[in-house]
Design a protein. Structure first.
Length: 360
């Protein structure tokens, strides 16, 4: 009887939850202003969180030397501003010039790819890959490369679409980051105090675990991506690949998308390599694969250790689902969000359900 009552209560809870979701869906227009507000501040907030975990160790280091926290933040802002000015005047012209030239030459690049494939077909190199009845093999390759390039362009365009809200980002991002660096630790304590007293210890441990996870993930991701970029850039310089700096920058940014980013960023690299010669394209692929293997098997395990206990299949499913639901931004943040939910779920299960589950 007792078990039946518990099952009944659980069924009523599920029914009530579904009813609430249905009602929220029906009155969704009420929440539209809040959704718009979230969309406006989402990118500045994400950027603030990202740089908060990157810069917080520097603030804490200065604090050990008795430097006032506000003064430490201002010093970091000045250093960051100087680095930004240096990038704008020394590196941006090269990057922008390569980007403009690359976009202007996209039709010529694709035509050059088609010519290289046709030359390979005449030399008999591709004949073993396609049956004699199939006369569209090389053109199919060109079509796939064209589609892949368009696919990548759309995602890269989505990644940089926040430029349209540049004014909002310019004024809100530094302010949000300043207050995060100044009072970031207090936010976690406020969340702890909002929970019942008997669960405050567990809440503090959950927040501490999430904080360590986010810090390790963001700092580690930056280190790993920069290492990958350095390896690829020097490799591209060695083989004389055009647009080496631009292609490396795109690869570093795209690599923030787990698994999918590496595939997407390889498309323009192979296209540019193929416009030079099949050998250049092959060497470009070798450099990408070697750099990825060094990243995955040497750098990432050393940086992350066992902090990222996520199966590769889980990563692929999460990234693909996030891309369909929320686009490029969702693909970037889905892994840390999943890890946060995993930490919370494991602790909540341990507190409220583990003992009852084991007694079933």
């Amino acid at each position: 009887m007792f078990t039946t009552n518990k099952a009944l209560r659980f069924g009523m809870f599920i029914a009530l939850l579904l009813l609430i979701i249905f009602l929220v869906y029906k009155v969704g227009f009420v929440f539209r202003p809040f959704i718009v507000l979230v969309q406006v501040v989402a990118i500045p907030l994400l950027l603030s969180v990202f740089f908060y975990y990157l810069l917080r160790p520097l603030v804490q280091l200065m604090g050990k030397y008795k430097v006032n926290r506000i003064l430490a933040i201002l010093i970091i802002y000045m250093i960051f501003s100087a680095a930004l000015v240096w990038f704008i005047f020394s590196q941006w012209p090269l990057l922008y010039g390569q980007l403009t030239s690359f976009l202007d030459n996209v039709p010529n690049l694709l035509n050059a790819v088609g010519e290289q494939i046709n030359a390979l077909e005449k030399n008999g190199f591709l004949s073993s890959w396609f049956s004699s009845a199939d006369n569209h093999g090389p053109s199919t390759i060109t079509d796939y490369l064209n589609k892949g390039f368009s696919f990548l362009s759309n995602y890269v365009g989505g990644l940089f679409s926040f430029i349209s809200n540049f004014a909002v980002i310019l004024f809100t991002f530094p302010i949000l980051l300043f207050f995060m660096l100044k009072e970031g630790e207090r936010f976690g304590e406020l969340l702890v105090r909002a929970t019942p007293i008997r669960y405050q210890k567990d809440s503090r441990e959950i927040i501490s675990s999430i904080d360590r996870m986010l810090s390790g993930f963001i700092v580690g991701r930056v280190i790993v991506n920069i290492s990958l970029g350095v390896l690829m850039y020097f490799g591209f310089l060695i083989i004389g690949l055009p647009y080496a700096f631009l292609l490396t920058a795109v690869s570093v940014i795209a690599n923030f998308i787990p698994f999918i980013g590496a595939i997407l960023s390889s498309v323009p690299i192979l296209i540019v390599g193929l416009t030079q010669s099949p050998a250049t394209a092959l060497w470009s692929l070798v450099i990408i694969l070697v750099a990825q293997q060094v990243q995955d098997n040497l750098i990432a395990p050393y940086v992350f250790g066992k902090k990222l206990d996520i199966h590769p299949l889980t990563t692929v499913i999460l990234v693909l689902a996030a891309g369909n639901i929320g686009g490029i931004i969702a693909m970037i943040i889905i892994i840390p969000v999943y890890m946060m939910l995993k930490i919370i779920t494991v602790r909540v299960f341990s507190l409220f359900f583990k003992e009852k589950w084991m007694q079933l």
